[in-house]
Design a protein around this ligand. Sequence first.
Ligand SMILES: [Zn+2]
Length: 470
Amino acid sequence: MVRPDWLLPIERPPIHQGFLVLSHDQIQYLGQDLPSQFEHVPQIRLADYAILPGLINSHCHLEFSDLALPISAEKSFASWIQSVIRHRATATPAPSERMSLRRAAMDQGIKESYDCGVRWVVDMTTSPWQAEWVETSVLAIAKAARSWAKHVWVPTIPISVQPCIELVDVNETRLEQTRSFALSLYESRDQQQTCLSPLGPTSQLEAESSIRPVGRLGLAPHSPYTASTELTRWSQRKSFEQHRLVAMHLAESFDEMQWIEKQVGPFESLMRPFVNENYRSGLGSVTERLHCLSQSWRSLVVHGNYLTDSELDYLGLAFEKMAIVHCPRTYAHFGHGNSDGQSMVTRYPMQERMQMGVRHFLGTDSRASNPNLNLWSEAQSVRATQREVSSLDILRMITTDPAEFLRLPGGVGRFQVGSQAGLTAVKLNKNKAATIYDCLLSPETTTHPLEKVLLNEPISPAASEIEKLR
Ligand SMILES: [Zn+2]
């Protein structure tokens, strides 16, 4: 049993100095008063902490997690992409070395995310990638956590990664490479799920309703400058038929918009060596991509910084199946915001867009545009820059709202009896803010997996006594 200063289920009122009972990977009880059947359960008092649902990072590229510093974006978005391509080419010379470097980067990113209290990561995934890499990393985290102290409960699956496989069709070769990679992964994962579920393909979704290190594979037509309307439509059909998530970078930069609309600007020299005539002639618009995505099972519009009012209205109407993923520190890294594309950071119009009904989640994007994968810093950055958005709404964007939207298994991202107990602890500072939610998002608070902070706290009765109680 845990008694923190605050229990914050988010979708229900905060509970001050209440009780949380965890058992067998599940939340058994949370509330203000302790029912008599739990009176003799060993107790940990967690002073200066609040407990939240597990955090959900709705956009990341774990493959870049080995970068010590973000890649400079001073010149333009197009020059940043060029540097990322160069980094990939120089950092990964030989195929065998490429595999092990990629695996190590993924492992680093998963550990870093977990240490910041993240329990679910939606990742844009490219080849080479293997589900086994993720499974090994996640199970190693669980094993390490269990070895720290035997008296503390640790979730069986402490963090999950949901890969959306990147699709690109700027030329025939890239289409063939990315689409066959995606199809082979879907096939092999589906086969595994079918084995787990003897009732066959119809119960694949049910088989995936329990928490696993690798979440249900999704699709990621990369962006309008790399994935045609036709490929977006293909992804949408797969998503609709197979209940797969689609994630797509859309209207992220001024450079991109200029190229999509007129095929001019810094993107023209960037794209010329890769793009064939077929792609150019069927380039299509951002609006077309948006309409395609709206027919998917669920879609994440990543960034969407330069969407027009009519496109935002459209997103607002489709809020049950579409959401924008805003990456605040990446937004600042690129200095978005003004209409002529010159470098100058202006505020992302979050409140205005929310009033149009547009649903928002938060993501870290990658270490190529962000100093780390700390999702809590993204939420704190929104708190610092978006005065009109309530702290409770910001907290929803990284917990219960994406959990419900993404239909996450086993109660990930929720804080209720019966949910898996992958919870996040927030170390509070002494800040006296108006509400506990404002206090939570003030600077210098930090987030951790709950089980990690419990390890350092005294338990009563003592651990040796608990063994006897088992
Ligand atoms: Zn991204």
